[in-house]
Design a protein around this ligand. Structure first.
Ligand code: ADP
Ligand code: MG
Length: 265
């Protein structure tokens, strides 16, 4: 006796891993009959929840993969407190066109002005668009790549860094690299550039100081900058630390902050 199509439908959905559609099939079929839906309306209805659930799971995985130190959103950024950051520019970046174009985003400025916050916000948006993103401080990245060299796995390590749609390199320039680390970072920047894959980079150093970051190798520094800046949006953030501003508002003076050893000052 042949299996009825009603049963094949359920079994097929389950075997194809369409678990949400599988669970909703009976109620959707009842509604379709009661409300006289067309066949395509029924199919669209059934797939809608399945696709939404898949997207939700993908975003969850992307956020896990990203290794953000914490989550920050663009909505949490107080643009009025930071007039040197153009809200409209970030609204445009939030549409994700820079990712398609392989454009880099470079956030420059002193400590505490929101560079990491904005970089993470763009990363979260990228993850929510369904893309892979990976966050690392520049030093951690250099350290991991040095480890990969030691384990004879540099090729694999570099390839892994080519996969995410967006690579966030935070805190470039807080510490300078040794010659090996500088050349490894340089390779990452070159490879991403060749593949038109976006990098979002934050730094407290002006471009003129990049020789210092790259182990006093001015030629490598300018070659790295050349690639980073070729297709890029550079955002220069000015002003005082946001954390410091809050403390000053609360009436704590500069000298007491010094005594407290405030990290944002
Ligand atoms: P930076 O990376 O430039 O040193 P952060 O992004 O770490 O600065 O910002 C320091 C703290 O202040 C973070 O908690 C961040 O969320 C917050 N912050 C900075 N600027 C703003 C802002 N304009 N609106 C809201 N929060 C901000
Ligand atoms: Mg930071």
């Amino acid at each position: 006796m042949s299996v009825p199509y009603e049963e094949k439908a359920k079994d097929g959905l389950e075997r194809l891993g369409l678990t949400v559609a599988f669970e909703h099939l009976d109620t959707a079929a009842q509604r379709a009959a009661a409300e006289n839906w067309s066949y395509t309306h029924f199919l669209g209805y059934l797939l809608e929840d399945e696709l939404a659930e898949r997207h939700r799971r993908r975003v969850e995985l992307n956020l896990k993969f990203a290794k953000f130190p914490y989550l920050k959103r663009l909505e949490d950024f107080d643009f009025s407190a930071q007039p040197s950051v153009d809200r409209r520019l970030f609204e445009e970046l939030a549409c994700g066109r820079f990712l398609k174009e392989g454009r880099n985003i470079v956030l420059l400025g002193p400590p505490g002005v929101g560079k990491t916050h904005l970089a993470i916000s763009l990363g979260v948006l990228t993850a929510e668009m369904g893309h892979r993103v990976y966050f690392s401080t520049a030093m951690d990245l250099a350290y991991k790549l040095t480890k990969a060299v030691d384990a004879n796995r540099l090729h694999r390590g570099l390839n892994a860094l080519m996969q995410p749609k967006l690579l966030i390199i935070d805190e470039m320039g807080y510490l300078s690299f040794d010659a090996v680390q500088a050349s490894l970072l340089f390779q990452v920047i070159c490879k991403r550039y060749q593949k038109s894959q976006s990098v979002c980079l934050t730094s407290n150093k002006a471009f003129s100081d990049w020789g210092y970051i790259f182990s006093e190798d001015a030629i490598m520094a300018s070659a790295a900058l050349d690639r980073l800046l070729h297709r890029s949006t550079v955002i220069n953030i000015k002003g005082e630390s946001y954390r410091l501003k809050d403390k000053l508002k609360a009436g704590i003076t500069n000298s007491s902050l010094e005594i407290l050893g405030d990290e944002s000052s």
